[in-house]
Design a protein around this ligand. Structure first.
Ligand code: SAM
Length: 306
């Protein structure tokens, strides 16, 4: 097996990358990044509760997921008491992937920030078992090679082929804000679960999603959101800030990454504001544009490219 990074073969598993992987390098002697920008020229953004230069966020997020990749699936179950599985199941059932009639082409799904493949495997399973369609294909795209590596191991464990144009599932290292390797109007369904809050430029990611989707294609996002009940919100916040970083320390030996994950949830826009961002990217919302799950702990937003 081999990993492809920027077209080069590095060994182990097949994961393709169209951009160099790794942090953007900063030279302390010149005081500039490798692209010639100084830190002062960079705009700032939030990384959890910290303000950081926009150019640094991507590598900080990559460090977080490099660190959590091996324990990611275990931690998800522990932190959410397994509820994330129910949310993901509901997300996939509602999208109902798979060929719908004898005349339609097999569906091409792009699962952005797909990490270890949780959504992708559910999509394939649903297409096959519910819609009797073995031809639906999913491209799992993520900026983090380590997360994809875990996903690829799972795919092989489930017996999926991951190489070749017609592979049911493939893995691509790529920044979701640009998706350079994905042609315009080529995707039927673009999903993103618990990913977009980590992006530096969410508006850019939404415009890119619009660009790669075909006319009639659907954008669907499952993300942590704002709890719509005051008492539950207080309990949830207390749980998030005291228990989750501690679990991160105990299970994954990494408190800081889980502290970031909790903070990033607080910084993510409300359901209504995020729906407006989706609309601003050009999508037509279905109804008000979102559906709350578990009192708004998470929400599903959908939009259609008309
Ligand atoms: C919380 S995980 C979610 C993984 C998976 N979707 C799931 O639901 O289990 C967030 C993922 O977003 C990815 N990510 C963060 N920023 C990204 C970017 N700019 N482009 C693509 N993926 C990104 C991370 O590498 C990580 O794998």
């Amino acid at each position: 097996m081999s990993i492809r990074c920027a077209g080069r073969r590095l060994g182990f598993a097949h994961i393709r990358a169209s951009a160099p992987i790794g942090p953007r390098l900063f030279s302390s002697s010149s005081g500039r990044f490798q692209d010639g920008k100084s830190a002062a020229e960079d705009r700032t953004t939030h990384f959890g509760f910290q303000n950081v230069a926009e150019s640094l966020k991507e590598s900080k997020v990559r460090d977080v997921f490099n660190s959590v990749a091996k324990n990611y699936d275990t931690m998800n179950d522990a932190m959410s008491f397994g509820i994330h599985r129910l949310w993901k199941d509901q997300f996939v059932q509602q999208l109902n992937p798979g060929k719908k009639s004898i005349f339609s082409e097999p569906m091409t799904i792009l699962d952005l920030a797909g990490g270890t493949g949780d959504i992708a495997f559910r999509m394939l399973d649903h297409a096959r078992t519910v819609n009797g369609d073995p031809e639906t294909r999913v491209k799992v795209v993520d900026i983090n090679e380590e997360m994809l590596r875990e996903g690829m191991k799972r795919a092989h464990g489930l017996g999926y082929r991951t190489e070749g144009e017609d592979a049911p599932i493939s893995f691509l290292v790529q920044n979701g804000e640009t998706l350079e390797a994905i042609p315009d109007n080529s995707i039927d369904l673009l999903t993103i679960a618990f990913g977009i809050r980590n992006f530096t430029d969410k508006e850019k990611a939404l415009s890119t999603a619009y660009r790669v989707l075909k006319k009639g294609g659907v954008f669907a996002c499952l993300e942590f959101s704002k709890v719509n009940n005051f008492v539950l919100d207080q309990i949830y916040r207390r749980y998030s800030f005291s228990v989750i970083p501690m679990m991160g320390q105990l299970i994954a030996g990494d408190r800081d990454s889980y502290q970031y994950l909790v903070e990033s949830i607080v910084k993510f826009p409300s359901q209504k504001d995020f729906a407006r961002m989706i609309q601003d990217a050009g999508f037509q919302l279905a109804g008000k544009g979102w559906q709350d799950l578990t009192f708004g702990v998470a929400a599903i937003h959908t939009g259609v490219k008309l």
